[in-house]
Design a protein around this ligand. Structure first.
Ligand SMILES: Cc1cc2nc3c(=O)[nH]c(=O)nc-3n(C[C@H](O)[C@H](O)[C@H](O)COP(=O)(O)OP(=O)(O)OC[C@H]3O[C@@H](n4cnc5c(N)ncnc54)[C@H](O)[C@@H]3O)c2cc1C
Length: 406
């Protein structure tokens, strides 16, 4: 049984959070926590708010790309020895074939440990950490500052406070849904999305003994309706994360049925023990995955970082690295342009330059995934030439790309 600390030292309360603040950061995932940490280290007075407390789980494959590992090193977090677990092998299955490819430079870490570590570092750097509070609205005051309205999750009390700026790091907005209410999942991809496949994320964790899976091995199964990854976490639990066509989840079997169908398309992937654990698990679902919002609004008084600004799909395992990189770019821009009116323009430009190529690459990979025959052919080829596949994989996942450069 895993035990995580229940309270981050430095936690504040709604009544004590009255400001004024240089920056209010909404959302304490990697993007928001890292932004607040960077700003506080440079002496800014920062409030970090999340509706959840730490530690909290998150629908995620929990694989750290080489870019994420590099960004974490820049943050100099005090992580325990042995974490992240080095990611050594990708076992990719499609159409009954499985290819095992050596991968390097990445790692595996539960979101409970990762996100709590960044929030703790932020609190230690002087950030006021306010969990259990929902941000209801953000508006500008005379075009020079923001008003942020906060509501306590526990008692519903509402407070409006002021700040020079607000950073929205609210992610894709996960909600816990049982299998019966998946109809409530809204398509928020905007105009032009009708008729296209709409992928949502599904995640759960399973007991350590439900599958024989060595630490450092990521198993990815690609089926007609989507793909699913399983990996062993640092506390031995099994993390399950899937991106699946929403219509398949709405079918009779719900979340468990959709995940089982993807795994079941690979013979040997689904032992009776694993199937039982997947049937019994409780799943968290995300809204539709691919999204894009302007990274800056109100002349830079409101910035968006991480998934709140843009997200493509999780197959290449880059979201955490992108979240941390956007936090660095946003914090650098705020610090450099603090006295100027150009924060929004400078951040939007830097965000675009940094992410346009990795997002386009990720979109190409996910459109390729929609052709099962092509994926199966690639997996079959990788079985014959694993050395070549090990060189090709980084081109798909960004390990050899420019994602880590600014
Ligand atoms: C199926 C799946 C698998 C994935 N696998 C990987 C992987 O292996 N590797 C990888 O790098 N990435 C992966 N990702 C992507 C990764 O999880 C995200 O990109 C990453 O979590 C983004 O971080 P973030 O800080 O932007 O948002 P989040 O981590 O989602 O954090 C957002 C926070 O904002 C809070 N919040 C939201 N709204 C409010 C509000 N109004 N008031 C207060 N708080 C609020 C939420 O409670 C949450 O804590 C995966 C994603 C999915 C869906």
């Amino acid at each position: 049984m895993t035990t995580f600390p229940t309270t981050v030292p430095g936690t504040t309360t709604l009544g004590a959070a009255l400001g004024p603040w240089a920056c209010i950061v909404v959302g304490a995932g990697p993007a928001g926590a890292a932004t607040s940490l960077r700003l506080a280290r440079e002496g800014l007075r920062v409030l970090l708010v999340d509706r959840a407390g730490m530690p909290r789980g998150k629908v995620c494959g929990c694989c750290l790309s080489p870019v994420a590992i590099g960004e974490l090193a820049r943050l100099a977090l005090p992580l325990a020895a042995g974490v992240p677990i080095p990611l050594a092998t990708l076992a990719l299955s499609s159409g009954g074939w499985t290819a095992r490819v050596a991968v390097g430079g990445g790692g595996v870490l539960s979101r409970e440990t990762l996100d709590t570590a960044i929030v703790e570092a932020a609190a230690a750097a002087g950030v006021d950490w306010l969990p259990g509070v929902d941000v209801v609205s953000v508006s500008t005051r005379d075009g020079t500052a923001v008003s942020v309205t906060l509501r306590s999750v526990a008692d519903g009390s509402v407070v409006t406070i002021g700040a020079d700026r607000c950073v929205l790091a609210t992610g894709l907005v996960d909600r816990v849904r049982g299998d019966t209410n998946v109809d409530a999942i809204q398509d928020r991809r905007g105009p032009g999305a009708a008729g296209k496949r709409c992928m949502i994320g599904l995640g759960t964790t399973l007991p350590a003994d439900c599958v024989d899976l060595p630490p450092g091995e990521l198993r990815m199964m690609v089926g007609k309706q989507g793909y699913c990854g399983i990996v062993r976490l640092e506390d031995s639990r099994i993390d399950v994360a899937a991106a699946i066509d929403r219509e398949a989840v709405r079918g009779g079997g719900g979340a468990a049925g959709a995940v089982l169908a993807v795994l079941g398309s690979t013979p040997d992937a689904l032992s009776p023990r694993l199937a039982d654990a997947l049937h019994a698990a409780r799943y968290t679902a995300t809204p539709p995955l691919t999204r894009r919002f302007p990274p800056s609004a109100e002349g830079g008084l409101i910035l968006r970082v991480g998934d709140a600004a843009a997200y493509v799909e999780p197959f290449t395992g880059e979201g955490i690295g992108w979240a941390l990189a956007s936090a660095r770019i946003a914090a650098d821009t705020i610090l450099q342009e603090a006295c100027g009116a150009r924060v929004g323009e400078v951040y939007a430009g830097a965000h675009h330059r940094h992410f346009v190529a990795p997002h386009a690459r990720c979109r190409r990979v996910t459109s390729w995934l929609q052709s099962p025959a092509l994926v199966t052919a690639a997996v079959a080829s990788a079985r014959i030439a694993p050395g070549l596949a090990a060189r090709v994989v980084p081109l798909f996942t960004g390990g050899g790309g420019r994602g880590g450069q600014r």
